[in-house]
Design a protein around this ligand. Sequence first.
Ligand code: NHF
Length: 401
Amino acid sequence: MKVLMVSWEYPPISVGGLASHVNDLSTVLVEEGVEIHLVTQGGEEADRYEQEEGVNVYRVNKPEISTPDFLTWVMLVNFNLLEVANSLLDEYEFNLIHTHDWLVGFTGKSLKYSHHLPLVATIHATESGRNNGIYNSHQKYINDVEWLIGYEAWRLICCSQYMKEEIHGLFQTPKDKIDVINNGVDLDTFDDVEVPMDFKEKYTNGNLIFFIGRIVREKGVQVLLEAAPKILSATPDTQFVIAGKGPMLDELKSQVYNFGIADNVTFTGYISEEEKERLYQVADVAVFPSLYEPFGIVALEAMASKTPVVVSGVGGLDEIIEDGRDGLKALPGNANSLAEKIIKLLTDQDYANSLQKTGYRKAVEDYSWQGIARKTKEVYQQVLDEYQSSSWKNEGLIPKI
Ligand code: NHF
């Protein structure tokens, strides 16, 4: 089976969970015998072509000219992706196309029709979910592209039951066209991490609370900082380490300054993979207080690092964590509830240890990438079988002359 995969994010370009999802998924699909050719951007920063763990990666350059806005930029990226993807499809025989999210939606649709191949699309998050509704024409455009992807795809994949409901509710995509396949975690990466003796001291000699993610409203860091004064009065020797970058960063820096807790909060900005893996190891609690979360790979990363987690009970996080068994769940957007759960873990080591142990076991047993690759391959197979016997297979776009 030969698949042409398209994603706008792939390491070293990593904006959120999508990059690590596509990276891990492609690698395990190759192990399952699927040939993967991945077209992405980033040709300026990394090799234009390389074979990484069996995955053929083609990186195109960003648009050559400056663009007036983000949507125009995305469209030009799609044209550059199309150039390479079209050449690959002309040169080799592929079975299907698999795209990730709206940003590469038009590439998927164009390839589907010009090469007459079935399209599988994964929707990782929606514009409506990210913004808690659609409020302007820019958001409406993205929302419509997401609808179009759902319409054009032979099958849609999403990462949680929550997302299946959301996609069906927003776009009326038939439920039997949507497959839920969870995200996973690469256990080897987080299990055996070498941490220098004095690593934690770089940040604190006391408790370390760790958050990592894009610094945007939906990830809820503002709720964690709102909870910080209460946490600090119960456990004063605590440092909050907030890793990631995003448009809310300056606002959050003013928030901690105004609260008088600036000395207890470290904003690291973007961190390397190695720093991330070490921080998970030394953290006393990892906190993911999202207001919207399609899945939440970060919770699995913490569990795989044997660190107890506190999440808000939304979306995929709500499905991953069983409160009081493998982590703790706070009320979404509620700083008091979040503070209470974090304080519980910082002040009851035995309880924290027992949650962390069950959490680790769950990551190992339920979220291995091998299982996810097998399910994805089954979706591919179903699509290929249906495609083979469909009339669409032989229909041309232009009349015979
Ligand atoms: O884990 C990869 C990621 C998810 O919840 C995450 C998100 C975007 O917001 O599927 O996609």
